[in-house]
Design a protein. Structure first.
Length: 404
């Protein structure tokens, strides 16, 4: 329901009150009356009029000072004030505008002038109120949408984190499984040999081989726990704290040892490794960079799936203040049509699930490996580049700022 506009008349001259009162009443406005500054302040604590008609001369305080005070208070600042001034008092009009009045009405009052001026300012005021309420509504909607988006973003980050955990756990688990398969095969072989009367020294050799595999397996499990721990910590705290100075060459040598637990990698893939003879010091969390390297190797292995002579080339070096390592394969390369997308989250050309009955299960993917690599390397102010070699395979190079 539209409320009747309320007009406050502040005047102590009975004649003015009578004339203006009659005009306003005829227009259907509600109006309140005060005759001094003190009364006005008191009334404004209880009601908020839509317009104030204010006389300059009042018994306790002049109209300019009242106007000035009202404009300084938040509750009354937006109420339009029209001064009641004599026709020839130009100085009063100027003074009135200076203290924030929107208009003036001249005495003696012309009915039409009063009606028009009041009507105009009332309309403007009601429009402003409307806009203000739209704005408030809009702000509420924006706040609500922002909260929804933040919630969604948090959910996405959590989902990505979980995907990351799943992704990173898969490699070590399959290595551990491969190692236990090998031990099982060796045990059967050993049983046969023991039945046939094996030499003591040969038995010792076999046992130390088993021992070595078990040790490697332990390392893999330890690494897996370490990775998860570092991912969890990374998701909660600033990673800078766990940074340290590491040599990229050493990182790669260590990683290759772990990766060798995967027998396919160890025995079937040819490796060409050319490491820089200088120490390549970088200031990083080792787990992060090892993870990047592992993701690149995994992609290379996937790309050479079912290739006759799979070969991975790994190199390290230094250029322009950066130390780098590269991983190159001899798979089918990356087609032009997808090269811009490969770092996007969840972009994959691999199925999510492999056929369990296949002799050589096809590579599977979630499409977060390269995104993890990019984000991680960029967080160290480094960069990752891909060279698409078409039929010659793909080459990824990771650059990290050299630590001096
Ligand atoms: N060495 C490569 N040779 C050819 N294509 C590659 C190579 N590395 C990445 N790609 C392409 O980029 C896509 C995205 O790689 P990314 O590592 O982000 O995800 P994924 O390997 O599919 O899955 P995930 O790593 O999450 O298990 C791959 O699906 C593949 O199409
Ligand atoms: Mg991958």
């Amino acid at each position: 329901m539209k409320k009747t506009p309320l007009i406050l008349l502040v005047d102590d001259t009975p004649q003015n009150i009578q004339v203006l009162g009659a005009i306003l009443k005829n227009q259907g406005y509600s109006f309140a009356l005060t005759t001094s500054g003190k009364e006005t302040y008191q009334l404004l604590k209880k009601v908020t009029p839509d317009i104030i008609l204010l006389d300059v001369m009042l018994p306790d305080e002049d109209g300019f000072s009242i106007c000035d005070n009202l404009k300084k208070q938040e509750a009354t600042a937006d109420i339009p004030i029209l001064f009641l001034t004599a026709k020839n008092e130009t100085a009063d009009k100027i003074q009135g505008f200076k203290v924030g009045a929107v208009d003036y009405i001249t005495k003696p009052f012309e009915e039409l002038e009063v009606i028009e001026r009041v009507k105009n300012h009332l309309r403007a005021k009601l429009d402003r109120d409307q806009i203000k309420s739209y704005n408030n509504e809009l702000e509420e909607i924006v706040d609500q949408r922002t909260n929804e988006l933040l919630k969604k973003e948090r959910e996405t980050i959590l989902a990505q984190f979980i995907q990351g955990v799943v992704h990173n756990i898969r490699g070590p688990i399959s290595s551990a499984l491969a190692a236990s398969d090998l031990i099982r095969a060796m045990r059967e072989d050993l049983n046969v040999k023991i039945d046939a009367g094996i030499e003591k020294s040969e038995l010792k050799n076999h046992l130390s081989e088993v021992w070595e595999i078990l040790e490697l397996n332990n390392e893999v499990l330890k690494k897996m726990a370490g990775n998860l721990e570092s991912m969890l910590r990374k998701s909660r705290t600033d990673r800078i704290q766990e940074n340290d100075v590491y040599d990229l060459n050493e990182m790669i040598k260590q990683e290759l040892e772990f990766l060798d637990v995967d027998l396919k990698f160890k025995n079937k893939v040819e490796k060409k490794i050319v490491l820089s003879d200088k120490k390549l010091a970088v200031f990083v969390a080792l787990g992060d960079i090892a993870q990047v390297f592992e993701n690149l190797i995994k992609n290379a292995m996937d790309a050479m799936f079912e290739k006759d002579n799979p070969c991975i080339s790994i190199e390290t070096g230094s250029t322009n203040g950066f130390h780098w390592f590269s991983v190159k394969d001899n798979g089918d390369g990356i087609p032009d049509s997808i090269i811009r997308k490969i770092f996007d989250p969840f972009f994959t050309t691999k199925p999510l699930k492999s056929d369990p009955d296949a002799i050589n299960p096809t590579p599977i993917g979630t499409g977060i490996g390269l995104q993890f690599c990019k984000k991680t390397i960029e967080s160290y102010n480094g960069k990752i580049e891909v060279e698409e070699g078409r039929s010659k395979g793909a080459k990824f190079t990771v650059y990290l700022p050299a630590f001096i």
